[in-house]
Design a protein around this ligand. Structure first.
Ligand SMILES: C[S@@+](CC[C@H](N)C(=O)[O-])C[C@H]1O[C@@H](n2cnc3c(N)ncnc32)[C@H](O)[C@@H]1O
Length: 578
């Protein structure tokens, strides 16, 4: 049977098996916040060879032999998305007089934090009229609420979680082009009693998004969570999302994005990746660059809310706005990266320049380059990477709101502790300093032992510079100090902890860097403010691998008879984690 006919037959069988959407109790009422079972009376028990898996408020039927449909490691990705979507719903629906409420928040006063600014820098207006705001709760259809598309939905787990855990939703479309996936998600939607909110669709995600654009029925939220690269879906997604709407995009092709295949990265994202220590943050900046440049084709631009590098993937949450004048600034938001192959020093070159001109702005080409023909510290050559997004990765006010909601509604997510730790580090990151160095690479370049994080951070603070960690790398040093200052601090360190200079080749980066006397006298005396608050509070900031053999799942493979079968296993992709 052909795919479409097979799915239609499956849908009609399932509709007979599950007549009408069985309504469970309102989500989050009564039952335990995590790991609750399906609502009473919804769907039948699992059949032979099927497994029940509970994640968040959803309980999903999976074919046991086909565990590729479920990747538990992505539970963090789904938890984070529910948390972000909830705050986005609050932000979007407040002007419509709809109050988004989580269990535990009902009794909170209306003095909840004000929504962050929109893309124009304006604060969202207060609700019109004197009426009391309407309440929107998880699991309930919200008139005037958000329309959500999960374009690549597989089992429907994510969409079902949205329906049960995110307040303020009008409708969720769970789409996949695999007949087998649509069959499974239809069953799971009924099993979880969310048929009034979630509609399974079988279509090529691109066609569905282009059609929505043509029909002027944009989605307020589009979630792209593909196997590997989201690149084929970006053009349609930046057009099909509503004004100020939210795009949530996962990339699991980290080998490509982290410099193992720079030319493939260019063909997918329009940017050359580098294998520097900063590769995980650069991957975030590459997908943001790609999203912005595709949006620019349609006089649109992106504003990042949150950008996360976790496990074997990156995930970005951006809003999309329209504005011909704003799009003119896009070239100046992107930068090329000069990365020295000897000592790892990096410099950024913006692509465009904006100068203020009376009441407006003038746009033009930037001037450069920021480096000479060879590295000023070790005389080696530079690799050229990018262009990448060079503006902030996150909206700090928005991230604070996500964190505040974790506090006001504890126990909502299984990965809450990790979320709190990671988001806290993110709020501490220096937003205006793209990329970072790592302590061990600075030390290994000059063959000295490694200063402690607090010693090195203290030296930077004593010298009058700012410094932060990065959530993307455990021993990252993100600082506004120029590279000359970093190397001077390392030279001072090497004076206290001498390096065996006689063993170094004359032309090595170590010899060349250490041959120069420091102009700065670094102090390594510990400062209290060198210890980041997230570290002082003992938060779980950089958890280890979530489970044995973790990683992205393999793509579905066609069976011998051409049918749509799924395989177990891992993709074997390198994750290039530094
Ligand atoms: C990684 S899985 C999605 C996992 C899901 N988002 C979750 O969190 O459980 C990717 C899905 O995309 C589907 N897919 C791939 N290309 C597609 C396309 N062009 N249109 C629609 N679905 C597609 C695959 O069939 C697969 O089920």
């Amino acid at each position: 049977m052909r795919g479409a006919a097979r799915a239609a037959a499956a849908l009609s069988t399932l509709r007979r098996a599950y007549p009408g959407p069985p309504r469970g109790p309102p989500a989050m009422d009564g039952a335990s916040p995590n790991g609750s079972g399906p609502p009473p009376g919804a769907g039948g028990p699992p059949g032979a060879g099927e497994t029940l898996i509970t994640e968040g408020r959803a309980t999903i039927l999976f074919p046991s032999a086909n565990e590729v449909f479920y990747n538990p490691v992505q539970g963090f990705n789904r938890d984070l998305t529910c948390a972000v979507m909830t705050e986005f719903a609050r932000l979007q629906l407040q002007p419509k007089g709809i109050r988004v409420t989580l269990p535990g928040e009902e009794k909170m006063d209306t003095d909840s934090p004000q929504p962050p600014e929109n893309g124009d820098g304006d604060t969202a207006p207060a609700p019109d009229g004197p009426e009391a705001p309407r309440m929107a709760k998880p699991g309930e259809v919200c008139e005037g609420g958000l329309r959500v598309l999960e374009a690549l939905a597989a089992s429907g787990l994510r969409s079902i979680r949205f329906a049960k855990e995110v307040p303020g939703l009008r409708a969720v479309v769970a789409n996949d082009f695999s007949a087998r996936a649509v069959e499974l998600m239809t069953r799971n939607v009924a099993f979880n009693g969310v048929g009034d909110l979630v509609t399974p669709r079988m279509a090529d995600a691109r066609m569905l998004m282009y059609q929505c654009k043509a029909d002027r029925e944009p989605f307020d939220v589009i979630d792209l969570d593909p196997y590997g690269s989201p690149a084929p879906f970006l053009d349609a997604a930046v057009q099909a999302v509503s004004e100020g709407g939210l795009l949530c995009v996962t990339c699991t092709d980290m080998g490509v994005m982290a410099g193992n295949s720079a030319e493939t990265c260019y063909s997918k994202y329009g940017a050359v990746s580098l294998k520097g220590k900063f590769c995980h943050e650069m991957a975030l900046r590459i997908i943001l660059h790609s999203l912005d440049s595709r949006a620019n084709c349609y006089q649109r631009f992106v504003v990042p809310l949150l950008s996360v590098s976790a496990d074997f993937y990156v995930r970005v949450f951006v809003r999309v706005f329209t504005g011909q004048a704003k799009v003119k600034a896009s070239a100046s938001k992107q930068a090329l990266v000069y990365h020295c192959v000897g000592c790892g020093t990096h410099h950024l070159q913006r692509l465009g320049k904006v100068t203020s001109h009376g009441t407006g702005f003038k746009y033009g080409a930037a001037t450069g380059p920021p480096v000479g023909p060879t590295c000023e510290f070790c005389q080696q050559r530079h690799q050229l990477g990018g262009p990448m997004w060079a503006e902030p990765l996150h909206d700090p006010a928005f991230v604070e709101r996500v964190l505040a909601a974790l506090e006001s509604s504890p126990g909502r997510f299984q990965t809450e502790e990790r979320m709190r730790g990671m988001l806290s580090v993110i709020t501490e990151e220096l937003g205006d300093v793209p990329l970072y160095y790592t302590l061990d690479s600075l030390s290994s370049t000059i063959h000295c032992n490694t200063p402690s994080l607090l010693q090195f951070r203290s030296a930077l603070l004593h010298a009058g510079y700012r410094v932060s960690l990065s959530h993307a790398c455990k021993n990252a040093v993100k600082t506004d100090a120029p590279p000359a200052v970093l190397w001077d601090i390392m030279r001072c360190w090497a004076k206290i902890h001498p390096v065996k200079r006689e063993r170094l080749a004359e032309t090595s980066p170590a010899s060349r860097i250490l041959a120069v006397e420091p102009t700065l006298q670094a102090s390594f005396t510990l400062r209290d403010d060198a210890n980041p608050s997230s570290r002082k509070r003992g938060l779980k900031r950089f958890p280890g691998n979530p489970e044995a053999f973790w990683g992205p799942k393999a793509k579905a493979k066609a069976g011998r008879n051409g049918s749509d079968t799924r395989t177990n296993g891992r993709s074997g992709r390198t994750t290039a984690r530094a």
